[in-house]
Design a protein around this ligand. Structure first.
Ligand SMILES: *Cc1c(COP(=O)(O)O)cnc(C)c1O
Length: 464
């Protein structure tokens, strides 16, 4: 080891020495004494590792105190907290997918704070079922006979296959063997459910006769999976929901449709080529599966709507208990579904639908006004302009759709764009944004009006 390195190792401060530094001695935060000592020890250990790794770092009690204090401060910040989404990706999976409507948020908070009717029937004055809060609503909106909701759509898929298709063969097109982010793969779910995957057709083309040919006495169901996050284009063919229903029913089999996104209203007018739940039910699908926090615009959940005999079997299955929803999610889900009784109200009140359908000109106007405000508040430190961008639905929905959108573009003069983006991320309300062509972009489609003053404060702070 070279001389300089061993000298530095020798000069590493002692724990007591760092604890005596004024900065640490005067620490008055909420962390208990042991946590402070641990932070100091970690800081010194970090220094030792850096020196051994040949890094050229400053070694002193003062520096160790600074590192320990920074760690203590970081540990006081809540881990799961609100951020501002300046990316233009509406269902950003890493940022929590759908933001909930105001009324859903209020109901969740009220149910969380008090006791609730979670499993209590006030009419009868006795025990009720948590499934009964939303199934009638879902049936009224989708046309299904019955419904059940579990933790997410991955769970819903597992429950359906386990309860309905155990020890049978399930036919799935090779073009639909999807992987959804976070290691949800249809073949894997199939394996742990106890059903056997029977692959049908080819990646780009699957015909009705491909399914027909593979139906035998072991077949338990036909499963159609919406290719949510990719599209196969070119020389392709798949079989429609309606044709699969006919084939399944002709052979006494259920047709199961994993639709992914849970779109309730047709948004083809906005370029959204996604299956709609009520249509799939109308086409005869026996079970339709979808997420609560994608295009439905509710909390994380997996909803199964369809024939009562199958839903009953699922309610009785042990996995239903394993995957059951908590009262807060149920409250948010009920309120989200209630909005859909009047589709016009849903379009107005559900943030995901609002953001997808907001006219590009409105977003442009918002961006212009905000850029002007920022320019007035931050003279000399940055240039502000408005640029056209491409927004996304995200969350594995409508992957081919480019949504016209507008962003405020910031060109900082005294720091780099990377520094600015990093500082925004580390701000007390983290701001997540994209960098493009040497500009920091704040997309206005995913920032609500009531977030603008916070965002303005963040921008001014990081530029100062
Ligand atoms: C998103 C998606 C899933 C997984 O849903 P989660 O609610 O994230 O578990 C399953 N299938 C399809 C087709 C999807 O699009």
């Amino acid at each position: 080891m070279d001389k300089e390195r061993s000298a530095k190792l020798k000069s590493l401060p002692k724990v007591d020495q760092v604890l005596a530094m004024p900065m640490i001695a005067a620490y008055s935060g909420p962390a208990p004494r042991e946590t402070v000592v641990d932070a100091v020890r970690d800081a010194i250990d970090g220094m030792r590792k850096a020196v051994l790794g040949g890094e050229d770092i400053e070694v002193s009690a003062q520096r160790a105190a600074e590192l320990a204090l920074a760690k203590l401060t970081r540990s006081e910040v809540r881990s799961l907290r609100r951020v501002i989404n300046g990316t233009g990706v509406i269902l950003h999976t890493n940022l929590g997918r759908a933001r909930l409507s105001e009324s859903a948020t209020e109901v969740i908070s009220s149910v969380a704070m008090g006791y609730s009717t979670l499993e209590y029937d006030v009419e009868e004055g006795k025990r009720g079922s948590r499934h009964d809060h939303i199934n009638k609503l879902i049936c009224a909106i989708t046309g299904a006979e019955d419904a059940i909701a579990v933790n997410n759509n991955a769970a819903a898929t597992l429950l359906v296959l386990s309860a309905i298709c155990f020890r049978t063969e399930v036919l799935v097109s090779r073009g639909e063997l999807v992987e959804i982010g976070g290691a949800f793969r249809i073949p894997d779910i199939m394996r742990i459910s106890g059903a056997t995957l029977k692959e049908i057709g080819t990646t780009n083309k699957t015909h009705l006769y491909d399914y027909e040919r593979h139906i035998n006495e072991n077949t338990g169901a036909i499963l159609k999976v919406h290719t949510s996050n990719y599209r196969i284009t070119g020389f392709t063919e798949d079989v429609s929901c309606r044709d699969l229903v006919k084939l399944a029913h002709d052979n006494g089999l259920p047709m199961i449709y994993d639709i992914g996104s849970g779109l309730m209203v047709d948004l083809k007018g906005y370029g959204l080529d996604e299956p709609v739940v009520p249509q799939a039910i109308k086409d005869g699908a026996d079970l339709v599966l979808f997420s609560g926090d994608k295009l439905l615009g509710g909390p994380q959940a997996g909803i199964i709507a369809g024939r009562k005999c199958f839903i009953d079997a699922m309610k009785k299955h042990p996995l239903a208990r394993v995957m059951r929803l908590d009262k807060m999610t149920l409250a948010g889900l009920e309120e989200t579904f209630r909005q859909y009784r009047d589709p016009a109200q849903a379009m107005k009140n559900i943030p995901v639908l609002q953001m997808i359908t907001a006219p590009s000109d409105d977003i442009k106007y918002k961006a212009q006004r905000f850029a002007l405000k920022l320019a007035q508040e931050n003279p000399l430190v940055a240039d502000f302009s408005v640029v056209k961008g491409i927004g996304r639905v995200g969350g594995g929905s409508a992957p081919m759709l480019n949504i016209d959108t507008w962003a405020v573009a910031v060109s900082p003069r005294e720091i780099t764009v990377d520094e600015m983006a990093s500082k925004l991320r580390h701000w007390s309300v983290p701001v997540i944004c994209h960098i493009q062509d040497g500009l920091v972009l704040l997309d206005m489609r995913t920032v609500t009006d009531d977030e603008l003053s916070t965002l303005a404060k963040a921008v001014s702070d990081v530029l100062r």
